[in-house]
Design a protein around this ligand. Sequence first.
Ligand SMILES: [Fe+2]
Length: 215
Amino acid sequence: MSEQNFPPKGIPRTLIEMRDVAMDSVLLADKPDMDLYFMNRDILKNETEFRLDETTIIAIKIGVEFNKTYGHEHKCAELYEIISGAGYFLMQRRDGEDIEEIFIVPARTGEKVYVPPKYGHLMINSTDESLVTRNIMFKKSVSDYKPFKEHHGAGYYAIDSGEAVEWVINKSWPKVTPIKMKTLAQLFKEFQIDKAKEPLSELILTNNKILNLFR
Ligand SMILES: [Fe+2]
């Protein structure tokens, strides 16, 4: 990341705030105030029912675990766009404490990612540059962080095995299905969602047909 863009705008999420979802919490004693990612909410300050957020996940590891967002669930669907960098979206569907489905979707600059309603989700930066994303959210949508907090994160952790990203099961969940990889094309096809050509900053002001899917 160039110095001009650093530090990124927004509220930082620090190492100590990730203590409940990090694979190895012991490492937190080291630099508790270290910034891991930045959340810039409602960047357009538009008066529609939707807001545009921007998140910057810096390229860093917590021990062997790649940097990630905390993870949460909400009843509304969400649409993301990668502004720069590349990463993985992890999504999981649960029934109570059992994870019935869990998959990852790789995405890079310019691509959009759909998050279905009620799927728990987080983003992982396994690269050596910052991952910057934007997302459209229904302003009335409420995010629930509790399932991730209570189970020390998602069903899997992404760790650096030296050559590739390794997915390590999180045994804090009573049941976790094998993790699958989905392409963006598979994701949009499965949920019958139109990607739309315009960037989210335009879409949020003009494309009511798509926006209605995210209420
Ligand atoms: Fe979300």
